[in-house]
Write a protein that binds this ligand. Structure first.
Ligand SMILES: Nc1ncnc2c1ncn2[C@@H]1O[C@H](COP(=O)(O)OP(=O)(O)O)[C@@H](O)[C@H]1O
Ligand SMILES: [Mg+2]
Length: 176
């Protein structure tokens, strides 16, 4: 019985992840302001999590990229949720969303003060179903879906550990 319960919880969470993803298919790429995308993502996350006070958003207006705003919002929601999960392990959780331009690229990053990613796992975290979370708390799909969505925009999604602890995920998109 325990096994069945656990399996059904996992399937429920997976279906939920895929449903948000598939509901957000949009036909055409348009010019999107990453400041709006990040703002929407933070509002979305705030609705479902009490720790949203830990998030600080500092993105300049007018960070334009060509893309699907719903899909990009989904990516940032996934990254913020992961960052909050990780930061929850520290006494004073902090998550930062930053953005800017750098030599023809537009970037957005989500940084947390959690434990970081173990060095021997950093190449696995983007694999579908790779999760270190408990049943019902993680599906292991967030990063693989996000990776795919960013790639479909011709961009990259990279993870790094920070020298002072914590992790940073950087979405980098071609400037339009
Ligand atoms: N900010 C982060 N800090 C540390 N580990 C992370 C972070 N984001 C993701 N991870 C690791 O990558 C795994 C996969 O993430 P994800 O694909 O979003 O799936 P899920 O969040 O459902 O576990 C997580 O379970 C966690 O082990
Ligand atoms: Mg996740």
């Amino acid at each position: 019985m325990g096994d069945i319960e656990e399996a059904s919880q996992r399937v429920g969470a997976i279906v939920e992840d895929l449903r948000t993803f598939s509901a957000r298919q949009e036909s055409e790429k348009i010019m999107v302001d990453l400041a709006d995308v990040a703002g929407l993502a933070v509002r979305w996350v705030s609705k479902s999590r009490p720790e949203d006070g830990a998030i600080s958003l500092s993105i300049p207006e007018g960070l334009m990229v060509k893309g699907h705003s719903g899909q990009l919002t989904q990516v940032v929601v996934n990254l913020i949720n992961n960052a909050l999960d990780a930061a929850a392990e520290s006494g004073q959780p902090e998550v930062r969303v930053d953005g800017g331009t750098d030599g023809g690229k537009t970037w957005l990053s989500v940084t947390d003060n959690g434990p970081g990613i173990p060095d021997d796992r950093i190449h696995q975290i983007f694999d579908p179903f790779y999760t270190t979370k408990k049943v019902g708390e993680g599906t292991g799909l967030g990063l693989s879906i996000s990776y795919g969505l960013v790639a479909e925009h011709g961009g990259t999604l990279e993870a790094e550990n920070l020298a002072g602890g914590g992790a940073r995920f950087v979405v980098s998109l071609g400037q339009q």
